[in-house]
Design a protein around this ligand. Structure first.
Ligand code: DGT
Ligand code: CA
Ligand code: CA
Ligand code: ZN
Length: 587
């Protein structure tokens, strides 16, 4: 086995966190944390040090940590981590985020009360058990309680897929209830933002149904706390720690309320101004004429029956929710109804998927069949390249065998009359200097190459830029994979000037993928305007490691919509023949 610098750093950091919770000596804790930091910032590949057995040459890596890393390399396990994993349950790590609760006390509470989740902790604070522990007392307990409340109130956001899981369950539980005329999830969720603060649900119902609807909502079995309940709005917290707001409005107000609560705030501000410019006032209740003093005249409503209607009154075509960010959508929808903005149904094939040849869970054939079942016309298989040894990257020999397998499968599909083709691809690591992972002789044999960074993501900006520029300019690179390497809410990506890279990619007729894995969604949609301006091609890639991973594509489509990609600029919305042409650079 071989590991990246980041992977090893992450493991060391986990050790230091677990050590804190186990009440381990402070200096040991710091030692692991420091080592993690150094290794993360290391220019060289740590593998070289491991092979040369000179890890202790790295400043901050002492003998015992070095031994742990050698052991990891040999056995796939880090002994010190295993020891502490046994001592401390994983849920406890989250407790470290509670200010006012030090690791020592955290360990004490966990040990003496036998609890390890934040929910349990809250219970034990409320029933006085925490205050009763020696060395804690009521004051500490109150402080912890407060900071949990604070943490939850200003809690980090969650990913779109996590929000979807919660939103859909609650939506389903409400949609068929008596009195519900219309229901929609609004807010950032409806706009398809990559991370979600709270989930906003909106229902159109007559007043007499409101109480019963709220009763069902607040007693849903996902709900752990009722944060507030009023005449028209209730807020709850789910057991995942997410806040969900339910607003119930009069049916005739629904379109205006939906528009308002979909946001974004910035989009709404422009809409309100457009209304004023046309002698009207727009708010969450509706559209009204202005009186002679320029105030809203609630006695003179302007009729509408849908969001489209309201937009029309503001001299706009319907703006798809994903575009409501005040980033140029008004200019577009003043002029035209649609510009072939990419849709789920437009996607014709799957590009960027892994198989058992590297770190995927299914064979190429199984992946291909899963694509066919879903109605796709092609699969671009891209296992990892040789430098990504930790992910089972392919040697030159293995590549040749894989090519034979793909040829065989393609013949088989043809014989069976299946309209399906597998493209031979590779997800080549972008090495530190920006070069690809094989000799030209081999690169030439692929139908296409996705070039991705998997190691040393934290190089200084200029160095990282050079690396990426080289990768984009390489004639074999057809798609740049997850360009920043970010993991949403977990790790910032590389420090890059993406506007420049988007431009460069367009110049070299190379696509930059929108990695559809909801943990990545990288390239970020915010570079969509630049991409549109320079006519950059994208490809909405699931980076699937399992057959289910293919189903991440719709997340990528949402992000592509936010980035204003038309169907014509999405590679896998094209036919297999057109894709082949793009790969061959022969247009
Ligand atoms: P989030 O929850 O942080 O992911 O983002 P949103 O966009 O869902 O924001 P949220 O839940 O605070 O509010 C939902 C929508 O309600 C928001 O997109 C626009 C509208 N809204 C909320 N507060 C205001 C406001 O103060 N002014 C305006 N114009 N609109 C607002
Ligand atoms: Ca929200
Ligand atoms: Ca909200
Ligand atoms: Zn991949």
């Amino acid at each position: 086995m071989s590991y990246t610098n980041d992977q090893i750093a992450e493991l060391l950091r986990e050790v230091s966190q677990l050590m804190q919770l186990a009440g381990e000596n402070r200096f040991k804790v710091i030692a692991f944390d420091k080592a993690a930091q150094t290794i993360e910032g290391l220019q060289e590949n740590i593998d070289e040090y491991i092979q040369n057995k000179n890890l202790t040459d790295i400043k901050g890596v002492g003998k015992s940590i070095a031994e742990d890393i050698y052991a990891l390399e040999e056995t796939g396990k880090m002994p010190v981590l295993e020891t502490f994993k046994e001592k401390v349950p994983e849920g406890l790590i989250e407790w470290l985020n509670i200010s006012g609760l030090g690791p020592k006390n955290a360990y004490k509470i966990h040990k003496e009360l036998g609890i390890s989740t934040i929910e349990e902790l809250k219970e034990k604070i409320n029933d006085g058990s925490v205050a009763g522990l020696s060395g804690l007392g009521q004051k500490s307990a109150d402080k912890i309680k407060k900071s949990i409340e604070w943490m939850e109130k200003f809690d980090e956001r969650c990913r779109l897929d996590q929000a979807q899981e919660i939103a859909s369950v609650i939506f389903e539980s409400l949609k068929n209830l008596e009195g519900v005329q219309q229901i929609e999830v609004a807010g950032s969720y409806r706009r398809g933002l990559e991370t979600i603060g709270d989930i906003d649900i909106l229902i159109a119902a007559e007043e007499k149904y409101i109480e019963d609807l709220f009763d069902v909502f607040v007693s849903h079995d996902r709900v752990t706390d009722v944060l507030g309940r009023g005449d028209t709005k209730s807020s709850v917290r789910t057991k995942e720690g997410r806040q969900v707001d339910l607003r119930i409005v009069a049916p005739k107000e629904f379109p205006a309320a939906l528009m308002y609560f979909t946001g974004s705030k910035e989009h709404n501000i422009v809409l309100r101004q457009r209304a004023r410019d046309r002698g009207m006032s727009l708010n969450e209740y509706g559209l009204f004429k202005l009186n002679s003093e320029g105030d809203t005249n609630f006695d003179e409503p302007v009729e509408f029956s849908s969001e489209t209607d309201i937009y029309k009154k503001l001299e706009l075509y319907f703006v798809p929710p994903e575009l409501r960010e005040d980033r140029g959508e008004f200019e577009i929808y003043e002029e035209q109804q649609d510009f072939d903005l990419i849709k789920d149904e437009d996607i014709r094939g799957v590009i960027h998927a892994h198989s058992t040849w590297s770190d995927g869970k299914y064979s190429i054939k199984e992946m291909a069949e899963a694509c066919m079942e879903r109605g796709y016309e092609y699969l671009g298989i891209t296992d990892h390249s040789k430098t990504a040894a930790y992910a089972g990257g392919l040697s030159v020999d293995e590549i040749r065998q894989q090519w034979d397998e793909v040829d065989r499968l393609n013949e088989e599909f043809k014989k069976d009359g299946k309209n399906f083709v597998i493209f031979k691809g590779i997800e080549s690591d972008i090495l530190a200097d920006g070069s690809l992972d094989y000799e030209d002789e081999i690169l030439k044999g692929f139908d296409f190459v996705i070039a991705s960074v998997h190691q040393s993501l934290n190089m200084p900006r200029e160095q990282m830029m050079d690396r990426m520029r080289n990768a984009i300019k390489n004639p074999y690179t057809r798609i740049l994979g997850h360009p920043t390497g970010r993991l949403l809410l977990k790790r910032n990506g590389s420090d890059l000037d993406l506007n420049e890279l988007v431009t460069l990619a367009a110049e070299h007729n190379t696509a930059i993928e929108i990695n559809a894995n909801p943990r990545r969604l990288d390239l970020d949609w915010r570079f969509g305007n630049k991409a549109r301006e320079v006519d950059m091609m994208t490809s909405i890639n699931p980076d699937a490691h399992t057959t289910e991973g293919i189903d991440d594509i719709p997340f990528g489509v949402r992000i592509a919509r936010k980035g204003k990609y038309g169907k014509d600029r999405v590679l896998n919305a094209k036919s297999a023949d057109e894709v082949r042409k793009f790969f061959k650079r022969s247009e």
